[in-house]
Structure formats: structure tokens, C-alpha cells
Design a protein around this ligand. Sequence first.
Ligand code: PLP
Ligand code: ZN
Length: 440
Amino acid sequence: MNYNAWFECENGCKYPLTEIIYRCKNCNGLLQVKHDMDVLKQRSAEDWKCLFEKRYMRTQYPYGSGVWGKKELVCPTVEDNNIISMYEGGTNLFWAERFGSQLGVSDLWIKQCGNSHTGSFKDLGMTVLVSMVNQIISESGNIRAVMCASTGDTSASLAAYASAAGIPAIILLPKEKVTREQLIQPIANGALTLSLETDFDGCMAIVQELAARKDFYLANSINSLRIEGQKTISIEIVQQFDWEVPDWVIIPGGNLGNVSALGLGFLLMLELGIIDKLPRIACAQAQRANPLYRSYQTGFTEFKAITAQSTQATAIQIGNPVSIHRAVRVLKQFDGIVDQASEEELADAAARADRTGLFNCPHTGVALAVLIKMIERKQIQKDDRVIVISTATGLKFPEFKVAYHNVVRDQPPPRYHNTPLELEAEYDNVLKNIDKHLSV
Ligand SMILES: *Cc1c(COP(=O)(O)O)cnc(C)c1O
Ligand SMILES: [Zn+2]
């Protein structure tokens, strides 16, 4: 089969995926990856499902990867020997039975996208992007380095894949706005790590200027190759439910690439007949960085970039999201909603869910807080199948957890805090404290 894909703008201008380009030369619009749908439709929906099942989490490189197992739908033009894969995807769909029953819903699932090589869903898109850079270089393209601005997870992912490929990476981070764990990831992978005295939006402005030079390759989600990899999240969710479509998907949103990607994944499956309906999508924002939520309040008629205030959900502390138009289009097609969570709400939601076996990052906390509100509003019914996208592992955000559980004198403790007891190593005293604890 001659599978094919290319970059295309809203007005139909086309560019090869090996061209170093992020916006249309004619209309300056964002580019999207388009596939030759006629060729994809030559295979029946049943045959697609069979093929995906046969490859899923098997060993044949690179097709065991959750992304490359769907290669024809993601990026068919990259040669297998140029693919840099770390077996991304295939993440656990956690049945949140206990948490759900506390909230009054029985079909609640957490898609653990953070159980991945660098600890966030960013790996899904980065494998596609870095593989394409490898392809360009192999066709004697002149790329000196790949680069990105980041709130901490994109940079970790880019650094890992670039170093596996042997391509230099340049990382622009807002100083003191990423965790120590996130900062050490690109450093360990040998990336040139620049810590800038600004916020994410400030880093993004500089990296876009650098991207005007054709010898640096931009790895931010303005580059829609990443969206192609991330859209496999929706395909994988449906696959994990034996090709049934859930009722709701709740996604934390910052730059809004991921909510766009999940939407595109569902739309592609619908067009190929793999599914016959769409779920509804809810995008969850931190109240302190909520430009999409504000736009939603106007029925999406207005959008204003804002200066994001500091939030514990640092990876979504973004005031001027690059994929705003893509996201609004997707939300309209999915009868979508946007809601927000305060700092207290996101921390309580993450901690409350942690008590039922999870270990949530703050961004997942934002999505869980929105879930709770939607259930309270009866927007989500008790039998609805709901998927919450968990975007990173909580292990990257220890300070968020430590701060929550660390009770401060003269301040009321958070609702779900748990404080360790410091005791002398003496048997009777230890037992007395255990008894006291278990009897409350
Ligand atoms: C990148 C990221 C997000 C936000 O995704 P966008 O595509 O920017 O909306 C949310 N959570 C985590 C942990 C992230 O790394
Ligand atoms: Zn154009």
C-alpha cells in the first residue's frame, strides 16, 4: 500500500513532512498532518482492528510501541530504520473503582499516560518528531540541533529521544518554574539546558524566533508531528475497551495540543469506521492559568491571551496557548466543555484520589477536580463511562505532595493530609500509637 501523509494548512497548501516548516508560507496558518484517506479506507475497520491487536505490546520493533503499532495512521512516510522508539504507549487504564464509588460513579478509568519512559505523555509525540528529524538527516538535511521551550516534560522527552538518536538538543526552561526532577532529566541526557528568567510564554517567544533559522528544528507542539503521536491515546483507549467508545474524556489543558490530538484521534477512527460515535470531551484548566476557560464563558466568540499566574500545576501554567484554534474546533465538534480548578481543589482532588491507590501529578489533580464538579452538577451520570487522562507521574512532583502533607502550625491542615509520626524505637510505645491510629 502507498500510505502517504503531508503538512497542510487550512487553505489546502501542502508541504512534505521532511520540510522544516511550522506555518504556511502563504497564509501563515498552523499546519496539520493530513493523511491520504482513500488509501487508509481501502482496509476495512475490522482489518485495522486486527492489525492493531496483532502488534499491540509485542516485540517486533518498532510495532510493539503503542504509537508505531498504528504507524499507517500516524506517520507512514518515516522509514522503520529511522524510528527512535522507547516502547511508548501501552499504558495502564486504571479502573478507579474505589475512587469512583466514593464519587458515585462505577465506570471511572484513569489513563496512566505518565507511566512512560520519561514520565509523561510527551513521549508519544516526541518519538514521531525525533524519528522524522532522523529521516531528514538521513536524506542529508542540515539540522544542527532540535530545540524546545518547555514547562518541564517536553524538554525531558526531547532530551531523551534526541540523545538516543545522537542529535544535539537545546532546551529553554523558565527558571525555577519546573521541578528539580524535571530539570535534571535533560541535564542527565546531555542536552544544552538554558534556564531563562521568564515564564513559559517568554521561553516560547524566544524559541519561535530561533526557529526562523532553518538549521534548528522546533519540537514544540506547534509542530503537528507531535499531535500525530499523541492522537494514539484515543485509539489506545478505545482498543483497551474492545473498541467501545467512552461517554466522557477529561483532559488537562495548557498549550492545548493534547486535547486537540485526542479529538483528532477519535475523528480519524470515526472516518475509518473503527468507531461509530464520538465521546464528549472536557478540558480542565487551572484557575490561575485559564485562557481557554475564559473563552468558553463567551461561547468561544472571544479569546484573549493572559499572563498565567503561578500554579502548582506548573506544566499547564500557560497564558497564550499555541493550539487554541485547534482546541476550540475540536471542543465544538465533541460538544465539549471547559472547566477549571482552584489550587485547593486540584490539590485536594489529587490527594483524595491518592488515598484510593493512585499517585497523581497536579495536572491530573486539575482533571480530577473537574470530574468531581461534573458529577456534582449531574453532567456525568452514575453509569457513564468516564476516562480521565493522567498526563504525568506524580513522582516528578514530590514538592507538590510534600507541601500538601506537611502540616504548618497555626494553619488548618488540608482535608486529606497524612502526617508521619516520629516515635522512639520502643515496642510498647509503637504498639500504643498503632492502636490509637486504628481505633479512630
Ligand atoms: C504538557 C503537559 C500538559 C498539557 O498538555 P498541552 O498539550 O500543553 O495542553 C498537561 N500535563 C502535563 C503533565 C504535561 O506535561
Ligand atoms: Zn496556507
